[in-house]
Design a protein around this ligand. Structure first.
Ligand SMILES: Cc1ncc(COP(=O)(O)O)c(C=O)c1O
Length: 200
């Protein structure tokens, strides 16, 4: 069968070097040294504040919603992976869909304000296929209406916006490190926030 895509495989010898460290220190769970090194190196490489690794990109969105204490309606995009809206439902909030631009498939900010009600608590927008949303327009609407902003940046490892990592925007940005992504950990996800301290 033809393969639709092949994930990145590091040279096996390099992978073994990392595995040897794990075998030697016998620490494979609970914030072990390899995880700590990876979090530090990813943050330094991207120029973000300290990021947190989690088990996948779906739980990263759920933790973002939980961490911001969101309740009520969350404005989001219908054009994303299902996890963007399922995370909202899992967190017992209500997704309110706003249509996308047909030029870049990102949420159309001009249609957001019409959907804001007194129950709206946040905007959860996806930077689709590595292209950024209209971050300035979304921030302006969020500030004016006192809303939190989460970006599902699962497709955006390495994407820059105004010369810095796209993960530095919004209250929280999340990423997926699933094997289908540009940078992957087989399964995994990340949470990035400008607010001080780790999310964990
Ligand atoms: C836009 C988007 N959000 C969220 C996810 C969920 O990530 P994961 O599969 O790591 O849970 C994906 C994964 O494909 C995605 O593409």
């Amino acid at each position: 069968m033809d393969k639709f895509t092949i994930p990145f495989f590091p040279p096996l010898e390099e992978y073994h070097i990392q595995l040897e460290k794990v075998w030697n220190n016998e620490w494979i769970t609970n914030n072990g040294p390899l995880l700590q090194t990876l979090e530090k190196e990813v943050s330094e490489y991207l120029g973000t504040s300290k990021m947190s690794f989690v088990s996948n990109g779906t739980i990263a969105i759920q933790i973002a919603i939980e961490a911001l204490g969101l309740e009520g309606e969350i404005i989001t995009t219908p054009f994303s992976y299902v996890a963007t809206s399922s995370a909202i439902k899992w967190q017992k909030c209500t997704p309110v869909f706003v249509d996308i631009n047909y030029s870049d498939y990102a949420i159309n900010p001009a249609l957001i304000e019409n959907k804001i009600t007194d129950k709206t608590c946040a905007i959860l927008a996806t930077h689709i296929f590595g292209n950024s949303c209209d971050i300035e327009a979304i921030e302006t609407i969020a500030k004016k209406n006192n809303l939190k902003v989460i970006y599902d940046a699962s497709h955006c490892f390495g994407t820059e916006y105004n010369g810095e990592s796209i993960f530095n925007f919004g209250d929280i940005s999340t990423c997926s490190f699933h094997a289908t992504k540009l940078f992957h950990t087989i399964e995994g996800g990340g949470i990035f926030s400008r607010s001080s301290g780790s999310i964990r």
